[in-house]
Design a protein around this ligand. Structure first.
Ligand code: 13P
Ligand code: SF4
Length: 303
């Protein structure tokens, strides 16, 4: 631990705070987190917070908002308010309402990568870890599903229900960077490596992979597999965690440039400031939070 990290640990104790962090945070933030996980694991953890007075959320806007929806009476803080997931902004609540009018029989399944106002329009949420399970839990045959087009297609291939992607072209700019040429080239260099890709990657990238997994799924796959080497097609700091937890295995990023700049806005300095000044509080208006909470809780019941 460096000096700044030690200071944060002390502050955390003084303030009775906990730090929740997503797997895409930098190594130095990963090291000071009380809990590190994928979107689903972070939702579950956020639903179980009991004693902490403060929660510092090192992730993007939709993740911190979900924690605030689940904990209306707790102070949920985000160190940098600009840490927004662009994909979550691709499906405004108004769009969801329009689609609901057009398809009144359909159930609405929204990816957790949506803003609180959109979540308030959903029947149930999902993450990349449980999307198929969530869709299969519903009675409806027609499902409005958004905003990630690639995840929608991934689900469509694994269910008999009709998946209607909303909007038609929602995507993650980080996972769009991967292509099959990179996979082919890397497989030539590392013929024994298992290729793990995220379901936000394009269809042909998913087809060229050995496993399609959420970031939490990648953690379990690398730990449990008999393989000794892995190529990882998701944000590069996923590799940081995998290497730390599997020192005997060879783990390579498929693309060094796959960086989620939005996640990286959080720094140790900002985390320290956030704890000291109890800023920036994530506020979800009560009527929106109350509506969205049902969809989050339904997902947690299914998971
Ligand atoms: P996971 O739920 O797999 O952690 O993914 C979150 C995310 O934002 C992927 O880009
Ligand atoms: Fe959003 Fe993509 Fe960053 Fe995940 S990696 S937070 S989906 S922009």
């Amino acid at each position: 631990m460096n000096y700044e990290q030690e200071e944060i640990l002390k502050l955390k104790e003084e303030k009775n705070a906990i730090i929740l962090a997503h797997n895409y945070q930098t190594q130095e933030i990963q090291e000071i987190a009380d809990f590190l996980g994928d979107s689903l694991e972070l939702c579950i953890k956020a639903s179980q917070i009991e004693d902490a007075d403060l929660v510092v959320f090192c992730g993007v806007d939709f993740m911190a908002e979900t924690a605030a929806i689940l904990n209306p009476y707790k102070k949920i803080l985000i160190p940098d308010t600009q840490a927004e997931c662009p994909m979550a902004h691709m499906l405004p609540a108004e769009e969801v309402k329009k689609y609901k009018k057009k398809y009144p029989q359909a159930a609405v399944v929204l990816y957790v990568n949506t803003l609180a106002e959109a979540k308030a329009e959903a029947d149930i949420l999902c993450t990349s870890a449980n999307a198929v399970q969530v869709v299969e839990s519903l009675d409806a045959q027609q499902i409005l599903f958004g905003p990630d087009m690639n995840l929608a297609r991934y689900v469509q291939e694994r269910t008999d229900k009709e998946i209607i992607p909303i909007p038609e072209v929602g995507y993650c700019y980080v996972h769009k960077m991967f292509n099959t040429a990179d996979i082919g080239f890397s497989r030539e260099n590392y013929p024994d490596a298992e290729v793990l890709v995220h379901p936000e990657c394009d269809a042909e990238v998913q087809e060229a992979a050995d496993h399609i997994l959420s970031t939490g799924g990648m953690i379990r796959q690398v730990a449990d597999s008999d393989s000794n080497s892995f190529l990882i097609a998701t944000e590069v700091d996923m590799v940081t965690r995998l290497r730390r937890e599997n020192p005997d295995k060879l783990i390579y990023p498929l693309l060094d440039e796959a960086i989620c700049e939005n996640m990286k806005l959080h720094t140790l300095e900002k985390v320290k400031k956030s704890l000291m000044e109890e800023k920036f509080r994530v506020i979800v208006p009560e009527e929106i939070a109350d509506k969205a909470r049902g969809a989050v809780k339904r997902m947690l019941e299914v998971s």
